[in-house]
Design a protein around this ligand. Structure first.
Ligand SMILES: C[S@@+](CC[C@H](N)C(=O)[O-])C[C@H]1O[C@@H](n2cnc3c(N)ncnc32)[C@H](O)[C@@H]1O
Length: 453
């Protein structure tokens, strides 16, 4: 097989980016946009020693699960990867992906549930981060990055974002240009505005606007005050924050911030609990499904009133507070200081008196519990995509909690960590929850129980 060959391929599976997978001449061929069960004519666009990439030229046999994407820029935008697949089939594919990933690590577990999907898998995102760019030709753009590139793809409307967020982003973009600001150019590092980040409480409609600027002088620019004066007429906008990011990296937010309107946070609810959320704090992007996820975790944990629970990677305290009325005491650890500040405020607004949140990394801070002779009955972990580090796993095992609740947004690191923990723990039923419809991502939750020594 060589570049530019055109070959017929039978798609036997879908991969971690929802791309079709075929086999030809003893090689794996990845075919973006193809669905398991289809036969396609593909042009080989990349040949590697172990795999090739094929581009669909023609679909010879269509999957009954192929549907028309609802977004006009779907093929170019990197935001979604599953719009061409019927939602029910997306869920089946995600379950298969989780199953295969667990099998690769030879993880033993009780059962794997079907993926819990959303009723209407649209307009679910409560947070959007729009890059604002100025091309070398001088054109300012707002949109989302193209697949595997930083080209900004503009669109009329994004149907996975909350509609108000999507509308507002365009209004703010126009306003910034009207006031003479320019987008940022990644090639030369010149330009004023790098990103517009908007967060909106699903249940409260409270909206936060974060304008990421490239230059600290813009913190004091009078035009920002003029923008505040216009935007504050919109009742849902509760706070506006300027964030400084002048580094030549892919990070969206920088360290320094200036709150130019409101308190720097908004609120939202998960179940009966209210949460303050600031610009830099993690909060699940799909509020409806976050509640489903936390309820699944709670159901699986079967907590006891005298349990001591550790909420590791605790963000704004979402999980610990959600579980607080079922246990004696919650101790949380979170690396992002702003999130810990929110977590402590969240304890107060929810009248939770049996929890304590500590700022720092799990690796560094978990030892403090040992020093204070605090012994957990239950440890809940909800790490970032890279999963648990070995040091933390060793500590968790050393503490020997009766149960470990594991919430994960990355099946690969989830499977790896379950394998390590299963030396001492039995892995229960794994429930995937679709927090990211129309994308390749999926969240998983399970509870491990200590094996009898
Ligand atoms: C997937 S989020 C989970 C947050 C929270 N449990 C929730 O449900 O909203 C992971 C969190 O871990 C934090 N984090 C990342 N690395 C960390 C570390 N080494 N130690 C402690 N927290 C960390 C992140 O800031 C983020 O808030």
């Amino acid at each position: 097989m060589k570049k530019n060959d055109e070959i017929e391929l039978e798609i036997i599976d879908n991969g971690i980016n929802l791309e079709g997978i075929a086999r030809a001449e003893n090689k794996v061929v990845f075919v973006p946009g193809a669905i398991e069960g289809e036969k396609v004519l593909a042009k080989i666009i990349k040949v590697n020693s172990s795999y090739c990439i094929g581009k669909i030229e023609n679909i010879i046999e269509r999957s009954p699960d192929r549907v028309e994407p609802f977004c006009s820029v779907y093929k170019r935008c990197g935001g979604c990867s599953g719009q061409h697949i019927r939602y029910k089939k997306q869920l089946d594919i995600k379950r298969e992906l989780v199953k295969n990933t667990l099998a690769k690590q030879k993880v033993e577990y009780k059962a794997l549930d079907s993926v819990i999907g959303m009723g209407i898998p649209l307009t679910y995102r409560n947070k959007a981060q729009y890059p604002v760019r100025k091309t070398i030709e001088g054109e300012n753009k707002i949109g989302f990055y193209a697949k595997r590139s930083h080209e900004v793809i503009e669109n009329e409307e994004c149907l996975i974002q909350n509609e108000e967020i999507d509308k507002l982003s365009k209004e703010i973009f126009k306003l910034l240009l009207l006031k003479g600001f320019s987008g940022y150019n990644e090639q030369n590092g010149i330009g004023d505005i790098r990103h517009i980040l908007i967060r909106r409480g699903y249940h409260t409609s409270e909206t936060m606007v974060v304008i990421v600027v490239n230059n600290k002088e813009l913190f004091e620019d009078v035009r920002m005050e003029e923008i505040v004066n216009i935007l504050k007429d919109n009742d849902s906008i509760k706070t506006i924050v300027l964030n400084l990011n002048s580094s030549r990296t892919n990070e969206i937010l920088g360290k320094e911030e200036k709150i130019i309107y409101g308190n720097g946070y908004i609120t939202d609810f998960v179940g009966k609990y209210k949460y303050y959320i600031s610009s830099k704090s993690f909060f699940q992007v799909n509020t409806v499904q976050a509640e489903v996820l936390y309820n699944e975790l709670k159901k699986k944990l079967k907590l006891k009133k005298d349990d001591i629970l550790f909420d590791l990677y605790s963000g704004v305290g979402s999980i610990g507070i959600f579980l607080s009325d079922s246990v004696k005491k919650v101790y949380g650890i979170e690396i992002e200081k702003q999130a810990v500040k929110m977590a402590n405020m969240n304890l107060k607004i929810n009248n939770v008196t049996n929890a304590e949140y500590i700022a720092g990394s799990v690796e560094d801070k978990i030892v403090e519990f040992e020093k204070r002779s605090i012994h957990p009955d239950v440890i809940v972990v909800d790490p970032p995509r890279k999963g648990l580090d070995l040091e933390s796993i060793e500590y968790i095992i050393k503490f020997r909690p009766k149960k470990i609740g594991y919430v994960s947004c990355n099946p690969a690191t989830f499977a790896r960590d379950l394998k390590l923990l299963s030396q001492y723990y039995l892995v229960g039923t794994i429930t995937p929850v679709d927090l990211f419809p129309n994308s390749e991502h999926v969240e998983c939750v399970t509870v491990l129980t200590l094996k009898n020594d």
